[in-house]
Ligand binder design. Structure first.
Ligand SMILES: NC(=O)C1=CN([C@@H]2O[C@H](COP(=O)(O)OP(=O)(O)OC[C@H]3O[C@@H](n4cnc5c(N)ncnc54)[C@H](O)[C@@H]3O)[C@@H](O)[C@H]2O)[C@@H](O)CC1
Ligand SMILES: [K+]
Length: 573
């Protein structure tokens, strides 16, 4: 029987096909199981959008492989439930999966004589489709969609993005036309509201720009083996990331919880330091130190009196939020701090290297400096392009946006650092490590200052990790430790994302609210300010900490977020 799998790893399409071939050869059993899972998802979507399933209009986009076979068999199941199902083939009828086609026709699926007309009609308003099932290509695809398939999706793409168009799209395995193993978009692809995939993720589900075009992704177990192959990307589960959070015990003090040294803010961007400092405090740092111009220090202290504006022992530094490259004396100080981070005069230091510190880092790498994985770079696509260019690999911003997984991996190789590339979802690459894909939260996060908050969060997590290592509390062997900064960065992204969902009012809202005439609309949330995010971090902390069931066993105070005043209650940093 089919079930949802817990696997979070993406494997290469070839490896998936090779692993399943011995079982799928000569039988349609697994295609039928796939079709059942698809039909279940289709029914949920139809119920969600129109209430009833009988009478719904469904268009199947059908390619010549097994992906098309899945779509035809799912269409047969929907036709038997009273849907009006039309199949629009992108290949000669003789090349469609024969038994699936026979089953579909027997169930009452209508084969469109003019597939283009069927696609245009489906896209067009009142008499259009309620649901489109995209079964053009799956893991057997190579290159951009061929002309016949591309032409079929053109009118449907023109109807708008998910949420804007009058129909929903259910992708079989993945949206046809995406780069299966790298998440690129070599040509047009029809963005899905939901994707039902089989056995495991493929890279396209995790890497942008394809990943956000998959919509909700269900990974369904058909009883086929997960490949024994190198992992292309991984989406760490929140419960797993939450294990990295630690509740302070009776013997903890500020240095065992981690001290963050913040180099942030300038006359031009003073508020960045307030945001990063507030975020580090709220994430549970034992202490936050600040090195900044006097005006910035005053602003921060007015908001966060616990911040210490003096140099001293730190377990992690955050360099660059809101610093001003035009302020030469300050840039020179920041550069000296960067030298300290890279280990020029002693042990290298854990650090977040953000915004204004990134160009300084490029100059240091170009002259022989090298980072370690314990240093986390946090570029957006433009900063990543500039970094790559400064390191001798001219890469326009558009090229980074078109292939961000490759850009993140390359930057990690060139710098030696962990690289957090701000995409949707966020990608985190570390030298020799698995590429992580992390849900980066609602679009409301696209607001000034949210990156400063993220830098502060990750700085506090790195400092806590270093403090734990100093105190012999690091979990796992060398291999785990090598990828630990990447996991810290991933946890930081999730804290940021969950805090954003709360600050935007998305958490306690049901996924959909009823509005007029029985039609359902998604809950949209509302605007947030970056400072709201910092206030929502404790609740996000508590959420991520408490979803791991192991907590009840491991924690000195089960059910309690970091705090000290109020034992036995849920208290937050
Ligand atoms: N083999 C099986 O029993 C199972 C297969 N499964 C399904 O089968 C799919 C893989 O099936 P296949 O290996 O037949 O491959 P696909 O169906 O993914 O693709 C192959 C077909 O697409 C055409 N094609 C390739 N590249 C194209 C392009 N760029 N533009 C347009 N057409 C293109 C090929 O000519 C061929 O007709 C999976 O994605 C999954 O949906 C599932 O049903 C599970 C069981
Ligand atoms: K597909």
């Amino acid at each position: 029987m089919s079930q949802l799998l817990p696997t979070e790893n993406a494997y290469p399409a070839r490896a998936v096909a090779d692993a399943e071939a011995p079982l799928t050869a000569g039988t349609d059993r697994y295609m039928h199981a796939a079709a059942h899972a698809l039909a279940r998802a289709a029914v949920e979507e139809l119920r969600g959008m129109r209430g009833a399933v009988p009478g719904a209009r469904v268009l199947l986009l059908v390619g010549g492989g097994h992906n098309g076979g899945d779509a035809l068999l799912a269409g047969a199941l929907l036709a038997r439930r009273g849907c009006a199902v039309t199949a629009a083939p992108a290949a000669e009828i003789s090349r469609l999966h024969a038994t699936a086609l026979a089953d579909a026709c027997a169930a009452g699926v209508r084969l469109a004589a003019d597939p283009m007309a069927a696609a245009r009609a489906a896209a067009g308003g009142a008499a259009g489709a309620d649901l489109v099932v995209d079964g053009l290509t799956g893991i057997g695809a190579t290159g951009p969609l061929r002309p016949a398939a591309a032409a079929l999706i053109a009118p449907l793409c023109a109807a708008g993005d998910p949420g804007e168009r009058p129909f929903r799209v259910l992708a079989v395995d993945l949206p046809s036309g995406v780069g299966v193993d790298d998440g690129t978009l070599p040509g047009p692809a029809l963005a899905a509201d939901r994707t039902v995939t089989f056995t495991c993720f493929k890279a396209a589900h995790l890497a942008p720009p394809a990943a956000p075009r998959c919509g909700r992704v269900d990974v369904v177990d058909l009883g086929l083996p997960v490949p024994d192959a190198a992992v292309l990307a991984c989406r760490p589960a929140d419960a797993e990331l939450g294990r990295l959070l630690r509740v302070p015990g009776d013997r903890d003090h500020k240095y065992t919880r981690g001290v963050v040294g913040l180099w942030a803010g300038s006359q031009t961007y003073p508020g960045a330091a307030v945001l990063a400092a507030s975020a580090a405090v709220r994430t549970g740092a034992g202490m936050v130190r600040l090195a900044a111009p006097a005006r910035v220090v005053d602003l921060v202290l007015a908001r966060r009196p616990e911040v210490v504006p003096a140099d001293g022992r730190c377990q992690a530094l955050v360099l660059g939020p809101g610093t001003d490259p035009a302020d030469a004396p300050r840039a020179a100080e920041l550069d000296a701090a960067l030298g300290r981070v890279l280990g020029e005069a002693g042990e290298p230091v854990d650090a977040v290297i953000d915004a204004g510190a990134l160009p300084l880092l490029a100059a240091r790498i170009a002259t022989g400096g090298r980072c370690m994985p314990r240093q986390v770079l946090t570029p957006h696509a433009g900063e990543a392009a500039a970094l790559l260019g400064a390191l001798g690999e001219q890469t326009p911003r558009e090229a980074v946006e078109a292939a961000p997984a490759a850009a993140a991996r390359r930057l990690a190789e060139l710098t030696g650092a962990t690289v957090l590339l701000k995409t949707t979802p966020t990608l985190i690459a570390s030298p020799g490590g698995t590429l992580l894909s992390v849900d980066s939260g609602p679009g409301w996060l696209a607001t000034a200052g949210s990156g400063d908050v993220l830098a502060g969060i990750i700085g506090a997590l790195l400092a806590a990790r270093r403090a734990d290592a100093e105190n012999g509390k690091a979990v796992g062997g060398e291999d785990v430790q090598a990828e630990a900064p990447a996991r810290c960065a991933a946890l930081g992204v999730r804290l940021h994302a969950v805090a954003a969902a709360r600050a935007a009012g998305l958490v306690d809202a049901s996924p959909a609210v009823t509005a007029g005439a029985g039609r359902l609309f998604a809950c949209s949330g509302h605007p947030l300010a970056a400072l709201d995010l910092t206030e929502a971090i404790p609740a996000a902390w508590n959420h991520l900490w408490s979803i791991g069931p192991h907590r009840a066993l491991n924690s000195p105070r089960a059910g309690t977020a970091p705090g000290h005043a109020c034992r036995g209650k849920n208290v937050h940093p």
